[in-house]
Design a protein around this ligand. Sequence first.
Ligand SMILES: [Fe+2]
Ligand SMILES: [Fe+2]
Length: 258
Amino acid sequence: MRLLFIGDVVGKPGRKGLPPTMSALRAEQHPDLAAVNGENAGGGVGITEATAKEILETADVITLGNHTYRHRDVYPLLDSEPRIIRPTNFPAGNPGRGHTITEAAGMRVCVINLSGEMYLRVERNPFNAIDELLDSTAGAADAYVVDFHAELTSEKVAMGWHLDGRAAAVLGTHTHVPTADARVLPGGTAHISDVGMTGSRAGVIGVRREQALRAFRTQMPVRFDTADEDVWLMGVAVDVGDDGLARGIDQILLPVET
Ligand SMILES: [Fe+2]
Ligand SMILES: [Fe+2]
């Protein structure tokens, strides 16, 4: 089973860059499953019903993160659409679900969205929450793919080790900056601290750089708009064997052709 996993789609530039780049990637990589993090798809922060539906024309699964609930109009879709997931360790009664099980290359693949708790708000500790979820879904899935949406590389590296041998892939998101540590851990889990984003490299993690710089320099509130030049698609491709463990992970860093 070949998985494509693409980092946070940021605003309209990210959404517009996604379909052409993904179709080129599909032709080249022949993925069986394509998951895309969409937590910044709607105006750079959060996701709307319309932007979620737009991404679902390109992706099989959308994962989210700390900005999940920014736009209220998406809440009904989070409840009704099994292809969109939000962090499983958010409060249980909140809109949406934390995992989805989908068929890919004859395997039942459980895709899980999990949030770190360092500098982010969650209800449950991610390490305990993922243990409970793997227990409760045992026998229902042949492979597990985890989008670990977290701030700290230490927490992300720790989660890789925590799940090594139990998940096919533990793939970091949230920082929008790709890391150079993609590898298959000894137990067979593909890991990267952060896959990066689908958005503009001309800004500051997706925001226009002059606005971000003004905020840093003046410490005053500044309106943020989405940067739109030099858009790249960033992610990974993971090969998963019939045993539900990874055979390889390749980093994808592709400029969007305009
Ligand atoms: Fe985030
Ligand atoms: Fe993000």
